[in-house]
Write a protein of this length. Sequence first.
Length: 332
Amino acid sequence: MIDDIKEYETTALESVAAAETMIQLDEAATAALGRSGPLIEAKRQLGSLPVDDRKTVGRALNEAKARVTDAIESRRQELAEVERAGQLEAERLDLTELLGAPVTGHAHAVTQAWEELEDVFVGMGFHIAEGPEVETDWHNFDALNIPPGHPARDGFDSIYVQHGDSGATLLRTHTSPVQIRTMLAQEPPIYIVAPGRVFRRDTADATHMPVFHQIEGLVVDKGISLADLAGTMEAFTERYFGAGFSSRLRPNHFPFTEPSGEFDVQRPDGSWLELGGCGMVHPNVLRAGGIDPEEWSAFAFGFGIDRLALMKFGIGDLREFFTNDIRFLRQF
Ligand code: DAH
């Protein structure tokens, strides 16, 4: 019987070594250790041996089984490494391909949406304005009619920067401070849009990122009314989204506008997309910008660019934009 066990072990080790795939290895393991395999059969026969032989044969059997089990395990690890190496090889990007070839990259999907928005607004007579990403608390809040202690400050989940007095400097939470900077820098009439990066203490998920993009609009002129705001939003909707899309304003509240609205776009299938906020600029905000609210009136709006890009390209998860996987980015 000892010879049978030797033979069993040799056969089992050979078939384990011969396995080239995980499936073949599983088959070899089942044949060697499985219920209907020779090992179980040999164990069954142990009972009929004399007591002394039973010990020797039993030990031989257990040792053979342990060696076969070890061999299966180490073959499994080898095969796993081979499979992983194969996968890495298959996914390898050969950057030397690019040497000497014409550069065929293109703008990121969010940049494309950003630039298209600029084009549409410039086509409607707006200028592009800019402001810093690191802002003073005054421009980001106070000047926008959000004084210290105002609950709206908490709603923004701001990221503060250690600079000057504590709480005096932050990463801008919205593009609205560009309204203030523009009013302080130039005389009305003002027709600007300000696209840019904004920051909030948000956990990344399918619809939130701690860094995202907004576009702000500001119009300051004589006799500007809510009708001008609604008309501008409607004209923008038709130009940016195309035929079959329309817009509506819904009452809402923002400290920097009065009255304030939410700006929604209706798709041709009848469904609504919430784009952002808008309203008639609050007199306190005009004053903070050095503009006399008795003489001038103004409307403003602000909405997210990333969301627009998600919708435009039919992407389900905002995080995809930021992983920089070339296979994803190439599609847009
Ligand atoms: N700043 C607002 C936000 O980030 C959006 C906004 C609402 C901008 C109303 C505006 C406005 O200019 O009038 O949520």
